[in-house]
Design a protein around this ligand. Structure first.
Ligand SMILES: [Zn+2]
Length: 306
């Protein structure tokens, strides 16, 4: 994707290094493990000893904190291991470039969706995209990086730990910048569903559904978000900024994160009743459908077989 030099969105909220939304709260401690002892010599040791007793005095087990090299939050002294790409102000070149990439893709989604909304007599409201590392507290509750990128309808924000991109490439075998762009566009697709009332309706209806039915409807919602990501891809392609292989990268990502493929990989067998995002084939099919026509009417996963 030829993204460099294009507009970057202002709607990025960088909360990396905030220990996932606990930033500034009372009781947050950042222990500079390492470096202290190495570079600080005697004074460093004294600082550590003082710190030891300070922590002990306020009821935190210093060994636990120091042993983990992580952060302590105020919610029960849970120690969290730092993520590889975070927090500690890691502003290495790749990380910063990744942030620029995310901001550019977000800007591209803003341009495309505001155009589509306008053409339909509606006004698009840009979502915020929160970058976090490790864990985050959103208006939808507490989340860790392990749950992957997500959209919270309550605060209209997309949450992304960019370490997911590395996981996508290394663990799931889906690499390429357009694979990452697809992930962002899928979450923005949920925002579109939220603005158009689809998500609120789903969240209301699922209350009275069996788990199997709720899973099925969840698949319809997720596949539509894939289709919306495809619609975004369609218009992005028209700008001439997609490169050879980009579409394949996105389709491959859709394949690698299909419920059946993931379950086979993780547990060795599949449980179709538990699918809630769609199979690899379905996810590819709906992304491709949106990409091909660019029409929202081709994304009706609720009135068509999925
Ligand atoms: Zn989704």
């Amino acid at each position: 994707m030829l993204w460099r030099g294009r507009r970057q969105s202002d709607n990025i909220e960088d909360e990396r290094g905030d220990s996932g939304g606990f930033g500034g709260g009372p009781g947050q401690f950042r222990i500079p493990v390492g470096g202290r002892l190495g570079g600080g010599g005697i004074s460093g040791i004294i600082i550590l000893i003082v710190l030891f007793f300070v922590l002990k005095a306020i009821g935190i087990d210093p060994w636990q904190v120091l042993g983990d090299g992580g952060l302590v939050d105020e919610g029960g002294g849970q120690v969290t291991q730092s993520q590889p790409m975070s927090p500690s102000g890691d502003q290495s070149g790749t990380n910063d470039e990744m942030k620029q990439f995310v901001a550019t893709v977000l800007a591209e989604t803003e341009d495309v969706w505001s155009g589509i909304f306008k053409a339909n007599g509606m006004t698009y409201e840009d979502p915020k995209l929160v970058l976090f590392s490790g864990q985050i507290r959103s208006a939808c509750g507490f989340a860790s990086a392990a749950s992957g990128p997500f959209y919270c309808p309550n605060d209209h924000k997309v949450y992304l730990d960019m370490a997911f991109f590395r996981q996508l490439s290394q663990q799931f075998g889906a690499s390429g910048d357009f694979a990452n762009a697809y992930v962002i566009a899928h979450e923005v697709g949920h925002h579109v569903q939220n603005l158009t009332g689809i998500l609120p309706k789903f969240n209301q209806m699922r209350q009275n559904m069996s788990e199997v039915d709720a899973n099925h409807m969840s698949m319809q919602v997720e596949l539509q978000a894939d289709c919306f990501a495809g619609v975004w891809g369609h218009y992005t392609d028209q700008k001439g900024i997609l490169e050879k292989g980009d579409l394949q990268d996105a389709l491959n990502a859709a394949k690698q994160i299909g419920d059946d493929t993931l379950q086979k990989k993780m547990q060795g067998y599949v449980v179709p009743e538990s699918f809630n995002h769609g199979t690899s084939a379905q996810r590819q099919k709906w992304f491709a459908a949106g990409f091909k026509s660019g029409k929202l009417s081709d994304c009706d996963t609720f009135n068509n077989p999925i």
